[in-house]
Design a protein around this ligand. Sequence first.
Ligand code: SAM
Length: 283
Amino acid sequence: MLSYQHAYHAGNFADVHKHLTLYAVVDHLLRKDSSVTYIDTHAGRGRYSLAATETSRLAEYRNGVARLWEARTSLQSNPLLSDWLAAVQAAQQEPSSGRLDHYPGSPWWLAQRLRKQDDLQLFELHPGEHSHLSQQELPARARHRHADGLSGLLTALPVKSPRLCVLVDPSYERKSEYSEVAATLLKAMRKTRHAVVLVWYPLLPAGHHATLLEALKEGGQRKIWRSELSLTAPAQERGMYGSGMLVINPPWGLEQRLAAAMDRLTPLWGDAGQYLADWWVSE
Ligand code: SAM
């Protein structure tokens, strides 16, 4: 049964970390003209009103995107953060108002940057979330399906375009999802070896993400970059204390660009913020 709804968490520190990484990857892909297919296996609603009952209940965005929004003038000197914040601004109801009232989800981040030669496939399994997603204004080249994103990914391969970028962002409601994601990606990478794949995972005191990371390493993936933003030490926290991203086959130069942006961001969380980036697997 699916009970997770991303609206309760929209715009939190993990979303910032995930979408900044996604934004930077897309930037690199757009440097070449050849077409890209984007597949978002766990799409969510697409765009979130911060005033919605679910989002305002926990108001996690206050410790996430709102921190960057308040510091946006001082973050302008970093080009990636400056561009990313301009995109957040464009997602607001009235972009020129200076008010932060919406937060864009992954379908929005991808749809905004589609060129005429690119396409986007979105999968969302929760009927309510899919219904919200289907009401979003998305370009015609963005197709959404009410379907399982992991099997949907395997069915979609190989794609017609020369390049493929996949975002895998599950809710991990079941512990078995960590190994299911790894098994799916190992199958997918056998069909399309050069795909750029981003995988999000939570850092929890139980450390379930190790299952995912180890399985990808044992499965023979040769280039995996890891980026983790954590906010408190595990011993002091019961719930999610950090956000992790793996990028399989990262575009050249991505690490340096993101590291510079994350070095500017992490101090926004004071002593609690810590950032780690390294090669989980390198050739
Ligand atoms: N990617 C979104 C973003 O960045 O804005 C957030 C996605 S949220 C963490 C995970 C979503 O996956 C939820 O909306 C959930 O309903 C959906 N979901 C869960 N299992 C799924 C599956 N097997 N296939 C597709 N969607 C699934």
